[in-house]
Design a binder for this molecule. Structure first.
Ligand SMILES: [Ca+2]
Length: 359
């Protein structure tokens, strides 16, 4: 059965992303075989990142945060939450970071409401279940800090140090679009670009455009980001569907026994309950891994757009087109993934994070 053949829609009425069955050890080479050779893009890509996340719904954001926080190749300067109850999401991020010894990483609340009128998807109601959030019950209730100020400050600091900041989005692009609206030219110039888990690349043209959850949560925001001229790299379902973590692996993580391991495993077991399965994709960590080890993915230069005034656009379907030329392409989409090295990297780093002993 083809990877697409084993895919199914899950929880679509709640608006969660398409949730494919992981096909761990089988399709990595298949995906790579269809890919184009890696070319170096953004050779000066800085390692400073801000992570913008809808952590708390799909468990994969937690692993993305762990990977970003523990990897020496990246400098995680801050976390911004997005979509619906951003305070609850911030509490979860704060607790995870504290448990792995990264209390130094600031967490702030981003924007709760989609920029797309009437769009509310993204919240399932189980967020925060499975982990101990005691002591944080009222944290971030006041709005949780000025996310735009943090972004401005970090961009300025990066520029001062001769670097640029990369914005990593693993949820709706609401904060990213709002930032691009608000930032002055100097601020935009301090952004190297975005790395985003979003969309899916199934080919060129309208007929190949397929929906995806992060885009569908805020298609107005996504359309603005893709039209902004900021270099954007998209890690979509076409590659992330080849990733996964099963219950046996989570059991092994839980057995590490640390408070962090218990918190992460507790949330993952809750996610398994919500989706009614014993394995789930590691969509978001792949976008982090793409910054750590770019050779894990192969890429293609594309033009990408969507029209949020159409139903297809509202559903989160990005239309891809061949760029006029290499110089015109502002978007690069992942078209192949080496699944097994990715899983090895992820598990190694996650275990490293979860064996941290908090004081
Ligand atoms: Ca996410």
């Amino acid at each position: 059965m083809s990877p697409k053949g084993v895919e199914r829609r899950l929880l679509t009425e709640s608006g969660i992303r398409r949730f494919p069955l992981p096909t761990l050890h089988r399709v990595g080479s298949l995906a790579a075989a269809k890919s184009v050779p890696l070319r170096v893009w953004y050779p000066d890509m800085p390692t400073r990142i801000i992570l913008d996340t809808d952590i708390g719904t799909d468990i994969d954001d937690v692993y993305a945060l762990l990977l970003a926080a523990v990897s020496p190749e990246l400098e995680l300067r801050g976390v911004i939450t997005v979509n619906n109850d951003v305070a609850m999401r911030a509490r979860i991020a704060r607790r995870v970071l504290d448990l792995i010894g990264r209390a130094d990483v600031p967490v702030v609340c981003g924007i709760a409401e989609s920029l797309t009128p009437g769009e509310t998807r993204g919240w399932l109601g189980h967020e925060g279940i499975g982990m101990d959030l005691s002591g944080l019950e009222t944290a971030f209730a006041d709005g949780g800090g000025d996310w735009l100020e943090m972004l401005r400050t970090e961009i300025a600091a990066a520029v001062r140090d001769g670097e640029r900041l990369t914005l990593v989005t693993i949820g709706a692009m609401t904060d990213a679009a709002a930032a691009l609206r608000a930032l002055e030219d100097s601020g935009r110039a301090g952004l190297a670009g975005m790395m985003s888990m979003a969309s899916t690349f199934e080919g060129f043209g309208e007929h190949a455009a397929q929906p995806e959850h992060n885009i569908a949560c805020d298609p107005v925001a996504a359309a603005e980001v893709l039209a902004s001229g900021l270099p954007v790299r998209l890690v979509g379902l076409n590659v992330t569907r080849h990733t996964g973590m099963d219950r046996a692996t989570v059991d092994r993580l839980a057995a590490l026994g640390s408070p962090a391991a218990q918190a992460v495993a507790g949330m993952h077991y809750e996610w398994f309950r919500v989706i009614g399965r014993d394995a789930s994709c590691m969509h978001d960590p792949l976008a982090i891994a793409a910054l750590i080890e770019p050779d894990l993915l192969t890429w293609r230069d594309v033009d990408a757009s969507l029209d949020p005034s159409t139903q297809r656009g509202r559903d989160g379907a990005v239309v891809y087109a061949q760029p006029n030329g290499p110089a015109s392409a502002r978007c690069r989409v992942a078209v192949g993934v080496q699944s097994e090295p990715f899983h090895a990297l992820l598990l190694d780093r996650v275990q490293r994070a979860l064996t941290h002993i908090t004081a």
